[in-house]
Design a protein around this ligand. Structure first.
Ligand code: FA5
Length: 341
């Protein structure tokens, strides 16, 4: 019996993994194992020795059980440590960055222009894209059948409704809403639509931003100062701007404002159609007829207005050579604007 105990304990200690330990357990403690076979010898003993023999075998069985349990725990710990070593996580590795979207460059530029004007006390006004002919043209001093309508080739829905061709439609609505009260200082952003042929600087749908200031003694020099400040804010001092006399039915006098081309620096290239300049906005002093139609007395108040193309500003600001890039939703193009947010 002592030899069995010694051999058993040694066999248990010699095990290096749980499967070997299982085999040793079977050999010693299963139903037909060595300890059970020892029990069978009891029937050959005299009756008085049987209890002592039985309790010795039980004690042997118990000590082997204990040794198995301890060894089992030891081998399980070993296995777990090995697994931890294999699957070790290196917490010093940099984590992978989640994909983050970006603001669209036109949104970035629109917001920047809005912030510039809000900082000068302007309010933001919006209006409908499906607009009445009345607000888009008539209230802008462009009556039915007037040749000035040809300046903006229009998507008509029916005789009365159209897709607005300029944000001047928001200007005429705003003038009406103020019911002759001054001062008015608003900025009106929004999408506009024209049957223009798409090319590097033209799109059939684009974003305009209208500015309107009406009050006592508002003059052309207020307009000029405001636009010069805007150009410097958006493009820095390196770009040059110029004012050209122009014609709009709803302003008198009227100007167009160009910025020197960012691609060729004014020398002439396909982007600026070899002129060295890119037109960004139209402007002028609000026509007395427009003021009168909205209930203002042009003898007492005056105003300036301008309408700029947000895409044109974005082209210049970021040195992009084709306006169509803004609408193709190419992620390779859009993701380069993350740094501008
Ligand atoms: C107008 O739309 C006038 N309503 C602007 C205005 C407002 C003048 C208030 C006076 C007072 P114009 O058609 O020039 O004007 O357009 C204004 C600006 O929109 C242009 O200077 C240009 O920057 C941009 N623009 C015009 N057509 C397109 C086009 N097809 N694609 C992209 N931008 C355009």
């Amino acid at each position: 019996m002592e030899k069995l105990r010694k051999d058993g304990l040694e066999a248990i200690q010699a095990c290096t993994n749980l499967s070997e330990l299982g085999n040793v357990r079977n050999e010693y403690l299963s139903k037909k194992g060595l300890v059970s076979q020892l029990m069978l010898q009891m029937k050959d003993l005299p009756a008085e020795e049987k209890p002592a023999f039985g309790s010795k075998v039980n004690e042997l069985k118990q000590s082997l059980e204990n040794a198995f349990k301890l060894k089992e725990q030891e081998l399980e710990d070993l296995k777990l440590n090995e697994q931890l070593k294999l699957g070790k996580i290196d917490i010093t590795l940099p984590s992978s960055l989640p994909r983050v979207g970006t603001l669209h460059p036109l949104t970035v530029v629109q917001t920047e222009i809005e912030q510039f004007f809000i900082g000068m006390g302007y309010l933001v006004e919006e209006g409908p894209e499906v607009e009445l002919d009345y607000y888009n043209f008539e209230r802008a001093n462009i009556p039915q059948n007037h040749p000035a309508r040809d300046m903006q080739d229009t998507f008509y829905i029916n005789m009365e409704w159209l897709l607005r061709t300029h944000t001047t439609a928001i200007q005429t609505r705003t003038l009406e809403a103020y019911k002759g009260e001054v001062p008015i200082k608003v900025i009106c952003p929004g999408k506009v639509y024209r049957k223009d042929d798409d090319d590097a600087t033209h799109s059939h749908q684009f974003v305009q931003m209208e500015g309107l200031v009406v009050g006592e003694r508002i003059s052309m020099s207020d307009l000029k100062g405001t636009l010069e400040k805007l150009a410097k804010h958006m493009f820095g001092d390196a770009r040059v701007i110029r004012f050209r006399p122009s014609y709009f039915q709803f302003t008198e006098p009227s100007v167009e404002v160009d910025v020197s081309c960012h691609i060729c620096n004014g020398k002439g290239c396909p982007t600026c159609k070899h002129t060295g300049w890119i037109e960004i906005l139209g402007a002028g002093m609000v026509h007395p007829n427009v003021l009168r139609m909205a209930g203002f007395d042009p003898e007492k108040v005056s105003g300036f207005a301008f309408g700029l193309g947000v895409e044109r500003v974005a082209l210049l600001k970021y040195g992009i050579d084709d306006i169509r890039q803004f609408y193709t939703n190419d992620l390779r193009f859009l993701s380069t604007f993350r740094r501008f947010e």
